[in-house]
Write a protein that binds this ligand. Sequence first.
Ligand SMILES: [Zn+2]
Length: 92
Amino acid sequence: MPNNNCLDGIWCSECGSEEPFSIYARAQFVVYDEGTDEFTNVEWDDESVCVCLKCKNTGVVKNFKRDQKEIDFKEKTHDPDRTVREDRGDAD
Ligand SMILES: [Zn+2]
């Protein structure tokens, strides 16, 4: 299933993984002397560093968004009945 929540539209074009990713994000933490507690306001954008935890593919978030690479990847890997088109020229 494609991601449609926190990782909406994000996937790894190297290994096909849709989660998990390590993303360098900004967040607001409740901090005690012992360390951090809850956090809110997590934010990242297209330029935030993103690492696929399955294959260690590293880039920025925009490199992991769906685009033509997804179509190429799916055709390469999940297309059992590829249709071969014969180019016969004009049938005039
Ligand atoms: Zn990956």
